[in-house]
Design a protein around this ligand. Sequence first.
Ligand code: ACO
Ligand code: OAA
Length: 375
Amino acid sequence: MAEKALSGAGLRGQVAGKTALSTVGKTGSGLTYRGYDIKDLAKNCEFEEVAHLIFYGELPTSAQLVEYKALLKSMRGLPQALKEVLERIPADAHPMDVMRTGCSMLGNLEGEDSFAQQLEKANRLLAAFPSIICYWYRFTHDDVRIETETDDNSIGGHFLHMLRGEKPNPLHEQVMNVSLILYAEHEFNASTFTARVCASTLSDLFSCITGAIGTLRGPLHGGANEAAMELIESFSSPDEAEQGLLCMLERKEKIMGFGHAIYRESDPRNEIIKTWAEKLAEDVGDTRLYPVSVRCEAVMWREKKLFCNADFFHASAYHFMGIPTKLFTPIFVMSRVTGWAAHVFEQRADNRIIRPSAEYVGVEPRTVTPIAKRG
Ligand SMILES: CC(=O)SCCNC(=O)CCNC(=O)[C@H](O)C(C)(C)COP(=O)(O)OP(=O)(O)OC[C@H]1O[C@@H](n2cnc3c(N)ncnc32)[C@H](O)[C@@H]1OP(=O)(O)O
Ligand SMILES: O=C([O-])CC(=O)C(=O)O
């Protein structure tokens, strides 16, 4: 693929700060968190180990992991005032708006009074997001007030348990674990940069994360997994998908779940989640969505040299686990809160307010005409 122009619109190619958290596309396609390759982490770790790595700098020992999981478990409950707010959000609201409000409301109830509390508050958000989305979803869709303080051993298991009202099977819990690892951190992507801009004014953590959620919501960023689901569901066979995509490309439409601002040849998260989507397709006996997805991948590469990003095969993977499409992007939040918060900590540790300049393209200087004389 041709070298991408690293200047101009979208701040592409501008170094906007330093990070010790991750590298993206350093060798064309790689992704590392604090020096560990994403493939190594996804194969050998639980999400909570990766969260520990991102927050505390190192993978935990067994004893530290037990202690860390116990801490997160103890933070799953929601205050009554937050539950009441969630109950008042309509059933047809977008779940990302629920996450945004839930985060902001928690900031009102349990705000960050000093930066010394930043880790405690970040862990609280990590533990509370699955509870927030499931409490609202089950209240507004199933008319039940669920218990969010479960004894599930993992964040992914906690989420699936609350969503369905029963313990998940081990395959689903494992896929959630991998998915949360893949989405945890990604350098200066748009939502993380939002969080850092907010942090650079010395604002509180809840404000930084609330802003990041709003940025992640858009279909050019986290919202692409939902849009990808709508796309693949609209095709009844691989041949129909091929025809449909060719028409969309002819009309110069964007195909969600493809392309990337930094990677040039592939998104390393794709081959990992694709493998799990295939396993889940076999598990549920799917003969349509997975083959449709595979054909989309082939057509987009053949026609445009565009590759699947992290979002594309997440769509079918989540669908095969019975997760409603509108909850896809909130799962991204449940994971990325680790990266966002760690970037806030980094920004605070070496801060200068982020304030770029603009090229002025408006009218030349002029004077005000008295209002009676304007026409
Ligand atoms: C977890 C994540 O957030 S991953 C990203 C999720 N977002 C999506 O999947 C949305 C679809 N993808 C896109 O819109 C883009 O690829 C982005 C937003 C991810 C990156 O945007 P950019 O860095 O501006 O893209 P890039 O410079 O590589 O685009 C090159 C060309 O390919 C086209 N292109 C890029 N992605 C796509 C796509 N998915 N479908 C069709 N055409 C595309 C662009 O329109 C551009 O064409 P042009 O030169 O004629 O204008
Ligand atoms: O890095 C980006 O621009 C988007 C992305 O893949 C992510 O945030 O995971």
